[in-house]
Design a protein around this ligand. Sequence first.
Ligand SMILES: N[C@H](CCC[C@H](N)C(=O)O)C(=O)O
Length: 262
Amino acid sequence: MQVHFYKYQGTGNDFVIMDNRDGRYDGLTQQQVHHLCHRRFGIGADGLMLLNNQPGYDFGMKYYNADGNEGSMCGNGGRCLVAFARKMGLQQPQLRFLAVDGPHEATMQGEDWVNLKMQDVDWVEQGPLYYYLNTGSPHFVKYVDGIQSLDVYTEGRQIRYNDRFAKEGTNVNFVQQQDNGIFVRTYERGVEDETYSCGTGVTAAALTSAGNEATTYRVPVQTLGGHLEVRFTKTGERSFTDIWLCGPALLVFEGQLIINNE
Ligand SMILES: N[C@H](CCC[C@H](N)C(=O)O)C(=O)O
């Protein structure tokens, strides 16, 4: 099969994207996705997305983790797919799309900055020195010191494969408060490694960093791959609405490749 692909990145979280509005990539197998995302045998990416037709919406988003499994929601991926949809000619100032966790809306500022609305959050588990919540994907959030030198791969794996999470997996975020906002590093399930940035993880971390006051917050977030901002309104101790993940989304390159059909 001949594949015309686009490679995007949002704060270093990178994705292979294909225009599937005519359904031509519907039959993509888990193995093919894994191959396309492989950094040595394929194009290389943390995940793969299809731009789909979706009645009632401007488009549909289908997301796969690099291992070929259908992932849950991907925040940076969603932002990149919006930039891609715009490139494919969807010029509406506000785009509405359907992802695995429900409807999303998004706007763009300039060529390469995307504001993406996330689902409301109304459940946060809090334990000693950790939080656990779902922002479209499950996220374990742990506050740490010395985040720059932390071994995110080893420490993240320990949590991801512990008795509680081994089967379903979880993403694991390490967070440190900074003078201005937070620094977040993430071990991603499905990639099974640290990525440069994780949008739903950054969102989860930002929500847990809010003060007690039920008001509107703007949290600048630094990741290994660059800066984002999360805006939201806290409505109760564990509930949040009007959550926006904002940051860059850029085309890296596009190309063709042939993959076998087995
Ligand atoms: N990189 C993504 C998260 C992908 C979700 C995935 N790793 C999972 O939960 O299986 C993001 O920007 O939100």
